[in-house]
Design a protein around this ligand. Structure first.
Ligand code: FAD
Length: 549
C-alpha cells in the first residue's frame, strides 16, 4: 500500500476484470477484502475518502460483546460478537487489548445488583469468556476502593468484567494491508460515481480519482456496497434496479459523540461503564495513555454525512452524566481537548428510538446484482465479511473455505500476549542507539506491532543526516505511513494512521508542521501543497475542538 505507486495501482485496476469490487474502505470493506483475497478471489477495493475515514475511525473503539444488547434480549447477537471478540483479539493482538471495565450499580440505575450479576454471568457464558476474565461482583466498599472517584451516596456495589480496547482506524488499516499482501488492490480517494451495466446486471463501476480529478472505469464480476452510512446513496445510484428509488428497508443514521479530556482531569483506575441520569442509557469512560475519553451519545441524525461533529448539546449531555457519576471532578467544556463524532449506519425500524434500534447487520441484493451490507459492529466485522464472501464465492463457483478465523492481520505475528510484551523489550533494545524514550518504542509497537522493526531500521538509515533520534523516528514513521499505509494527506497520518489528533493532542503544537515537512519531502509536495495540507488539517483540528449548535 504505497502512496508513491498510485499510478501503477490505477493501471493495474484497469488491466483486468476483477472477481470482486468492494465499495468502501471502512472495517466492513477491509474485512471483506481480506476474506475474499485469502480465498483466491481477484479483489479490488475503492474508498472515496481515506481508509476508515467514515465510521471506522469514530467509534468507542471497543471490541465488545455488547452487554447492553442483553437488555434488548438480543442473545444471538451477544453470543456472536462475544465469540468474535476472542478471535479478533487473537488475530490482532497489538491493536486489540483486554480492558478491565467497572460497572457501578447505583440507586435508580438501569441495572440492579441481581440483574447486573445475572447479566454479566449470561454475558460471560454467551461470549465464552475465559476463566481469568470472568465477572466479579463487588460490595459498595470494594467498588469505592476500586474507583475512589465514584459518587458514594447512591452507590450500591459494582461489577468488574473484561472488554477489549482497540484503535478502530489502525485495526482497519492492518486488515487492509493483509488483504493487499494476499493480492487485493486497494485505492483511497477513489469514489464510485456510477455503475456499468450489461443486460440489466452490474458489471463494473465508474470512479473519480479525487487526487487527479480523472474519472475511470473498472470491470468486476460482483460488486459489494460496504459504504457504511452511505450505503443507501449507492443503492439509489443503482438506477436500473426498480426498487432503488423506494427500497423496502433503509438506513437510519444516529450520531455518537466522544469527548477527550487530559488524564489528570478524570484519572480513572480502569474503564467504567455507567448510567446517564434520566434516559436509561449508559456511557463509557476509557483511560488511554495521557487522556481519558468519554462517550457516547445516540441521537437521530439528518445533517451532512461528510463531517459530523460534536454540538454543545452533545457536550453538555456527556459532561453532565460524567459529573453525576464522578462529582468531584467538576468537568467543564474548557477541559475538553478533542472530540470525535461518528454515524451509525443502522437499519430503520418504525417507531423505535435510536438506542432501541438493532445493531444486527443485514444484506440486501438488488435485481441488478449489487450486494449491499449495512448495520453491524466493528467487533463483528470478520463474520460479516464471511457472510458476504460466502455469497460471492457461491455465485462465482469458488469453493474455497473461509480462512480468516485463524489469520493474523498485518503486524500481529504474536502467539500470545507474553510474546507481544517480549517483542516490546526487543524493540527497545534495537532502538537503544537512537536514544529515544522507551515509551515511544512501546507506543510504536501498539500501533504497528511486528512491523515496528521496519520503522526502527529506517530511523537508523535517516539518523546520520539528522541530529537526534526523535527526528529520525519521525521521518521513519512518516515513511512507513506513506510507503506502507498509503497516507496521501497530513490528516490521513495524524488522524487515522496514528490517532494523534485524539490521543496526543497536547503534543501536536509544533509537531504537525514537522510531519507536513517530512510528508512534503517524501510525496514531492510543492510549498503551496504543503501549506494547503497544513490548513486542511487545522480545519479538522478546529472541528474537533470547537462545538457548534
Ligand atoms: P464506514 O467505516 O463508514 O466505511 C464506509 C466507507 O465507505 C467510508 O470510508 C466511506 O468514505 C466509503 N464510501 C462511501 N461512499 C463511497 C463511494 N461512493 N465510493 C467509495 N467509497 C465510499 N462497534 C463496535 O464493535 N464497538 C464499538 O465500540 C463501537 N462504537 C461505536 C460508536 C459510535 C459513535 C459509532 C457511530 C459506531 C460504533 N460502533 C462500534 C459501530 C462501528 O463503528 C461500525 O459498525 C463500523 O465502523 C462500520 O464500518 P463500515 O465499514 O460499515 O462503515
Amino acid at each position: 500500500m504505497n502512496a508513491l505507486r498510485r499510478d501503477q495501482d490505477i493501471q493495474l485496476l484497469h488491466s483486468q476484470t476483477w472477481d470482486l469490487l468492494i465499495i468502501g474502505g471502512g472495517v466492513t470493506g477491509a474485512g471483506i477484502a481480506l476474506d475474499a483475497a485469502s480465498r483466491g478471489l481477484k479483489t479490488a477495493l475503492l474508498e472515496k475518502h481515506d481508509f476508515s475515514g467514515g465510521t471506522s475511525s469514530r467509534s468507542t473503539k471497543l471490541i465488545h460483546g455488547g452487554l447492553r444488547y442483553l437488555k434488548q434480549f438480543e442473545f444471538k447477537l451477544v453470543h456472536e460478537v462475544g465469540t468474535e471478540r476472542a478471535i479478533v483479539h487473537r488475530n490482532a493482538r497489538h491493536v486489540v487489548k483486554p480492558e478491565r471495565m467497572l460497572l457501578p450499580i447505583v440507586e435508580g440505575g438501569s441495572l440492579g445488583k441481581f440483574m447486573t450479576s445475572m447479566g454479566l454471568w449470561v454475558y460471560d457464558f454467551l461470549a465464552g469468556v475465559k476463566k481469568e476474565e470472568r465477572r466479579k461482583m463487588l460490595s459498595k466498599e470494594d467498588t469505592l476502593l476500586q474507583e475512589p472517584l465514584l459518587r458514594g451516596d447512591v452507590l450500591k456495589g459494582g461489577g468488574l468484567y473484561f472488554e477489549y480496547r482497540t484503535d478502530d482506524a489502525r485495526l482497519t488499516i492492518e486488515i487492509l494491508k493483509s488483504a493487499v499482501e494476499k493480492g487485493a488492490v486497494a485505492l483511497n480517494y477513489a469514489g464510485v460515481t456510477d455503475f456499468l451495466y450489461e443486460q440489466g446486471n452490474i458489471v463494473g463501476v465508474k470512479y473519480l480519482d479525487a487526487l487527479s480529478g480523472m474519472e475511470h472505469e473498472l470491470k468486476a464480476r460482483r460488486v459489494v456496497n460496504a459504504a457504511g452510512p452511505w450505503v443507501d446513496n449507492l443503492r439509489r445510484l443503482d438506477r436500473q434496479d426498480p426498487e432503488a428509488a423506494r427500497p423496502k428497508k433503509r438506513l437510519h443514521l444516529t450520531k455518537g459523540v466522544h469527548l477527550v479530556v487530559p488524564k489528570e482531569r478524570l484519572p480513572l483506575q480502569q474503564s467504567a461503564y455507567f448510567d446517564t441520569p434520566g434516559d436509561g442509557r449508559m456511557i463509557f469512560a476509557i483511560p488511554r495513555g495521557e487522556i481519558t475519553y468519554i462517550g457516547t451519545t445516540d441521537t437521530n441524525y439528518s445533517g451532512s454525512t461528510e463531517n459530523p461533529h460534536a454540538t454543545q448539546e452533545d457536550v453538555e449531555y456527556i459532561l453532565s452524566a460524567t459529573n453525576h457519576t464522578f462529582p468531584g471532578m467538576k468537568l467543564q467544556a474548557s477541559d475538553i481537548i478533542s472530540t470525535w463524532a461518528g454515524l451509525r449506519p443502522l437499519i430503520h425500524e418504525d417507531g423505535k428510538d435510536p438506542s432501541e434500534l438493532s445493531r444486527k447487520d443485514e444484506i440486501f441484493i438488488s435485481s441488478t446484482g449489487l450486494i449491499s451490507i449495512a448495520g453491524g459492529k466493528l467487533t463483528g466485522y470478520r463474520k460479516m465479511a464471511q457472510r458476504i464472501t460466502d455469497l460471492v464465492c457461491k455465485a462465482l463457483g469458488n469453493r474455497n473455505e473461509c480462512l480468516t478465523k485463524t489469520l493474523q492481520v498485518s503486524g500481529a505475528a504474536f502467539d500470545s500476549d507474553e510474546a507481544l510484551a517480549k517483542f516490546v523489550e526487543i524493540q527497545i533494545g534495537e532502538a537503544k542507539q537512537l536514544n529515544i524514550p522507551h515509551k515511544l518504542v512501546a507506543d510504536l509497537v501498539s500501533k504497528y506491532g511486528s512491523n515496528t522493526g521496519q520503522i526502527i531500521e529506517k530511523a537508523y538509515e535517516c539518523f546520520p543526516g539528522l541530529q537526534d533520534g526523535r527526528a529520525a523516528l519521525l521521518e521513519a514513521e512518516v515513511w512507513y505511513g506513506v510507503e506502507h499505509e498509503m497516507c496521501q494527506s497530513l490528516s490521513d497520518y495524524l488522524i487515522r494512521r496514528t490517532g494523534r489528533l485524539y490521543f496526543e493532542r497536547q503534543h501536536l503544537e509544533g509537531y504537525y508542521q514537522k510531519v507536513a515537512t517530512a510528508m512534503a519531502k517524501q510525496l514531492g509536495w510543492s510549498e503551496q501543497k504543503r501549506l494547503q495540507e497544513i490548513s486542511d488539517f487545522e480545519a479538522e483540528y478546529r472541528n474537533a475542538v470547537v462545538f457548534k449548535h
